[in-house]
Design a binder for this molecule. Sequence first.
Ligand code: GH3
Ligand code: MG
Ligand code: MG
Ligand code: MG
Length: 316
Amino acid sequence: RANLLKTVEDIISPDEQEQKLPEVPRKEVLIVDDDTAIRQFIKQELSKKNLGIVDAGDASEAKKILEHYRPDLIILDIVMPGTNGLELFKELRTDHRYKWTPIFFLTSKSSPMEIVEGIKLGADDYIIKPFNTEDLVARIEAKISRMEELHGLAVRDPLTGTFSRGYFMERLTEEVERFSRHKKSFCVAICDLDFFKKVNDEHGHQVGDFVLQQFASFLYSKFRRTDTIGRYGGEEFVALLPDTDALTAYKILERLRSAWEKMPIIEPYQNKNIQITFSSGIGEFDKDGKTEQEIIKAADAALYLAKETGRNKVVL
Ligand code: GH3
Ligand code: MG
Ligand code: MG
Ligand code: MG
């Protein structure tokens, strides 16, 4: 699977020279279906609607992806080899991490009895193939925003679409717990824009906001879908890189640094070109007994060093 591969070439998408950044996907959806063609079609259709999509071909692949990736909604096919969609649904509902994640069935099983069975299990919606794209997207978006309202959860930062600091810290705690079982190193990288205050001072707050959105889009376009990107402070973003050692993280961040430096940012108010770089500090979690606070502290100290020694730099 492309987004679980670990070489730097596979982690970084190849569109470094791309001039126009995509919008930040505001919502993330996992689609589980054994039919590759249907998966590709849904992926293509939903991506056009600015939804971030990750797909899995069966239940075990889905569970592997869900170790790190936290979608806003899950879509399940019912008839699949191995664990079928109904069984996977029951498993996810008894796992506290996905208990409240909306789950839709998307299936060609369309008899009233089958629909009733799915709904009785507690599915959040039941959609029959072939589906209408507009209809599916409307259902997804309505369900996600309703869930967020109900829980009063500030999961995402409204300006940039990245995860809130609180949510990011929850994900970090999960990853620390995972480490005690699997002993796979992971990294946290804090990315802080250099002299960002000058952008506000010279071009105004609106342009500053625009730059923050562009930076978030850039990060989304470069990191893996299974990496968690949060807004840590005003112009400070933080990324959680599962199954990544310090050297790999360094190479990834270094490539990001150099790609961002070359990226033209044209603000839409006076069409001025904004020049801005970022610095990054990396913390590695590689030993039992470490804490969330320690890894953040290590990344912070590295960031401080990057700033002190000239900015536009990545420090390990
Ligand atoms: P350094 O290279 O040391 O990081 O310098 P800096 O200017 O980037 O850092 P500093 O902490 O001095 O300034 C950060 C600025 O970010 C100050 C604050 O007004 C601005 N800021 C924070 N949140 C937002 C926001 O949501 N929108 C805008 N436009 N500006 C913001
Ligand atoms: Mg199927
Ligand atoms: Mg800064
Ligand atoms: Mg800062």
